[in-house]
Write a protein that binds this ligand. Structure first.
Ligand code: HEC
Length: 203
């Protein structure tokens, strides 16, 4: 190899490195940007829901609070989905409403990962999982943020003997296949799940 060849080779390698960096860095930056936007939307969802649950529990009592989980949660999810052009939803590790709450394969995997991370001592607060996933319709950005069981959730998601009779009767009537009971405080209840089509350039 002559000196000229070496120089040429270095130039080629240098150009390759620049091309590689240019294609990788924006992808990284883009995912970081999506992570930030998705985190904000998930937090808005959980904060609105948490505030409404607290207010309804003290004002209307648990029978009124059923509406927060059953009606307000899908309403907020719907509003955020339309506002952003993403699918914003809530999934459960065990499910009361299969139509809205059943996790798909990717979501199931993320839920298991959250449970494992929690078992190793990581707090659910601040935990997220995101990934760009190839699907038949194109690439999608997917994001999940865990939802932990708080003491006030046990009234409707705790062990059935701890659920007041009036609530248990309503739940049984409305959700004969209810599996979202038997939770303990601090356990993983589910997650906010966000799915964004990438090629439309949504953020
Ligand atoms: C007063 C009763 C009540 C309380 C309290 C309650 N939930 Fe629910 N929850 C429900 C009902 C009813 C549904 C089913 C909603 C539907 O029909 O889509 C549900 C559904 C859910 C789901 C969707 C997955 C599924 O199982 O269908 C999640 C996640 C959830 N609740 C989390 C919580 C958390 C976290 C808390 C505490 C902050 C909580 N819930 C408190 C009644 C309650």
């Amino acid at each position: 190899m002559t000196i000229k060849d070496t120089v040429r080779m270095r130039t080629v390698l240098g150009v390759c490195a620049v091309i590689l960096a240019c294609s990788v860095i924006p992808a990284w930056a883009e995912v970081a940007e999506r992570d930030k936007a998705a985190s904000e939307v998930a937090t808005t969802f959980l904060n609105e829901l948490g505030a409404a649950m607290k207010k309804e529990m003290t004002k209307g009592g648990p029978m009124e609070a059923i509406k927060v989980c059953a009606e307000l949660a899908p309403k907020i999810a719907g509003r955020l989905s339309r506002e952003h052009g993403w699918r914003v939803t809530r999934v459960g590790t065990r499910v009361r409403n299969p139509l809205l709450g059943m996790p798909d394969a990717w979501e199931q995997q993320a839920l298991s990962e959250f449970a494992e991370r929690s078992a190793k001592g990581e707090a659910f607060a601040g935990m997220v999982h995101s990934e760009v996933v190839a699907e038949p319709g194109g690439p999608y950005y997917r994001f999940m943020k865990p939802i932990a069981v708080q003491p006030q959730c046990l009234l409707c998601h705790g062990p059935s003997e701890q659920i007041p009779d009036a609530i248990r009767t309503v739940l049984k009537q409305r959700y004969p296949f209810d599996a979202a009971v038997g939770y303990k405080a601090g356990e993983l209840r589910g997650a906010v799940s966000i799915k964004q089509p990438i090629d439309r350039g949504n953020h």
